[in-house]
Ligand binder design. Structure first.
Ligand code: FES
Length: 160
């Protein structure tokens, strides 16, 4: 078998073809989806989280580290995977992305002050909804989230 299809549940996202044993995250990147990879593909953050909507058996089994991260990740379900940990080993796995935009730093959240978010703004490590969809981001709510940099720094430290 020379290539395997990865399907995307969202409308307008056609399948991509990957070589066997390719990490699922590379199929997302091949599809030009923005994946922040905050932890450097180490299975420690929320930014590559996907839901497997069909053919979960076409992926390698969940790793212990992945299971641990998913167990504390807001929004995780029974069909959740971390796409940097799962490898494609069969045809026609179908995935859906959680709705939302992961911020990668407190500064990037600050830059959104005054704007109305179309989608929820999500914490990049826990997946928590920091700002709900269709809300205008105001300075006082952003200031309440200033402690976030600490969590993000901790994840980056683990990569060092
Ligand atoms: S990039 Fe962080 S868990 Fe996959």
């Amino acid at each position: 078998m020379t290539s395997l299809k990865v399907q995307f549940a969202a409308d307008g996202h056609s399948a991509v073809e990957v070589k066997p044993e390719t990490h699922l995250i590379d199929a997302l990147l091949q599809r030009h989806l923005e994946v922040k990879q905050l932890c450097g593909r180490r299975g420690l953050c929320a930014t590559c989280h996907v839901y497997v909507t069909k053919k979960p058996e076409s992926l390698t089994e969940t790793t212990p580290r992945e299971a641990m991260t998913l167990s504390v990740l807001t929004g995780a379900r029974a069909n959740s995977r971390l796409s940097c940990q799962a490898k494609v080993i069969g045809d026609d796995v179908e995935i859906a992305l959680p709705e939302g935009l992961y911020i990668d730093s407190f500064e990037s959240l600050e830059k959104l002050i005054g704007q109305r978010t179309q989608v929820p703004i999500l914490h990049p490590v826990t997946g928590d909804v920091l700002v709900a969809a269709n809300k205008i981001i105001i300075r006082s709510s952003v200031e309440k989230l200033e402690h976030l940099n600490f969590d993000i720094a901790k994840v980056q430290l683990k990569n060092a």
